[in-house]
Structure formats: C-alpha cells, structure tokens
Design a protein around this ligand. Structure first.
Ligand code: ZN
Length: 230
C-alpha cells in the first residue's frame, strides 16, 4: 500500500473508533433521557388518575348523602299520606312525586358514578404499573450508561491523545481533503470491485485502480471522494 494511503488509513481507523465511541455514548445518554421523560410522563399520568379518582369518590359521597336525605324525605312523606296525617294532602302528594323523581335521578347518578369509579380505579392501577415499569427502565438505562461511561471517556481521551501524531503523517495537502470527507460524513477509504466503487457504485478509470494496486499513486473515487483501497 502507498505510504500516504497507510497514513490516511491509520487516521481513518482512529477517527472511526472515535465516532463509534461517541455514537455509543450518545445512544446511552439518549436512552437515559428518553427513559427519564417517559418516567416523568407516567408520574404525571398517575397524578391525574389519582385526582380523577379522588374527585369521583367526593362526588359519590355527596350523591349518597343527597340520596339518603331524599329517600328519608320520601319515606316520611309517604308515611304521612298513608297515615292521613299530612296537613295538606295535595302538597304532600306533590312533594312525594318530587322526592320520587329526585331519588330516581340520584340513583341513576349513583350507578353512573359507580361505573366511572370502577374505570378510574383500574386506570389508576394501570398508571401505577406504568410508573413502576418506567422506573425500572430508567434504572436499567442509567446502569447501562454507568457501566460504560468511564471506559468510553478513557478511550476517547486516549484517542484524542493518539490522533495528532497519526494525523501529521498524512501529507498536509491531503489533510484538508480528508477533513472535508469527514465533514460530509463520507467514507475516507473505499473498496473497488471490477473498477466500481463499492461505496457509491461509480465507475473508476482503470488506470487509477491499477496505480492504486501497484502502490504507485493514491486516487480518489470521482463519485464519493473516498480514497481507493488496493
Ligand atoms: Zn465512490
């Protein structure tokens, strides 16, 4: 292999290790962030479910009290009518009718509240489970990051320290070109097969492939700009 290509290859390998480590670290921290967001959202949902359930319990108590009051009033009115003790028979029958109507309405409400409470109780239990699940997932994500964090940082520090001496071996005029490839997030080195770049499928002039193979010169792919590997 041509000496310049060896130098580029060494630098490229180092930079790729750097990219891999950074991507791994980004992935781990991203997972922690996502798990944290999900956990917080689950906690908010649980709080909402609890508030909803508490409000239903309140409403049920109030409805039950009213129902007991009107049932009592209904029974007393009916007893007065039946016993002939009502001071005003007409007013008593109107009151009884009104009580029956209200009791009927309150009983319907009681049934609706019972159903709603049942659903809200289930929703609260589900929300609690979701909080627990998300708490575990967050713990796992944090552990995964903690398990690799120090090692990744140490490796990256080592790579940064090793880079300069390796980079200076690449001729100055090629270094800017290399930096451009990196900036474009393109491969610095590409394989060829039957004069076709295996990265971008561009046809390479046969002369370039031959000179590369004989280590007489280094050439780039006209399509993606990567240096051809022999
Ligand atoms: Zn190419």
């Amino acid at each position: 292999m041509h000496a310049d290509l060896v130098a580029i290859s060494n630098l490229w390998q180092l930079d790729q290790s750097n990219d891999r480590l950074r991507a791994e670290h980004d992935g781990l921290t991203g997972a922690v962030r996502a798990a944290d967001t999900a956990h917080k959202a689950a906690e908010v949902a649980l709080e909402e479910a609890e508030t909803k359930l508490a409000a239903l319990v309140q409403r049920t108590r109030k409805n039950d009290r009213e129902l007991a009051d009107y049932a009592d009033k209904r029974d007393k009115t009916r007893a007065m009518i039946d016993g002939g003790t009502a001071p005003d028979y007409g007013a008593a029958t109107r009151q009884l009718a009104q009580c029956l109507e209200i009791v009927d309405r309150l009983e319907t409400t009681a049934l609706e509240l019972m159903e709603a409470t049942e659903a809200a109780t289930k929703a609260e239990a589900d929300a609690e489970k979701a909080v627990e699940t998300n708490r575990l997932l967050l713990g796992t994500a944090r552990q995964a990051l903690a398990a690799r964090d120090a090692a990744i940082r140490a490796e990256l520090t080592a790579i940064i320290a090793a880079r300069e001496p390796i980079a200076v071996l690449v001729p100055t005029e090629l270094r800017a070109q290399y930096a451009q490839q990196r900036q474009k997030k393109r491969a610095a080195l590409v394989n060829t097969h039957e004069n076709i770049c295996q990265t971008c499928q561009t046809k390479i002039p046969a002369q370039r492939v031959l000179e590369t193979a004989l280590a007489r010169a280094i050439h780039t792919c006209p399509g993606c700009g990567g240096w051809l590997l022999p």
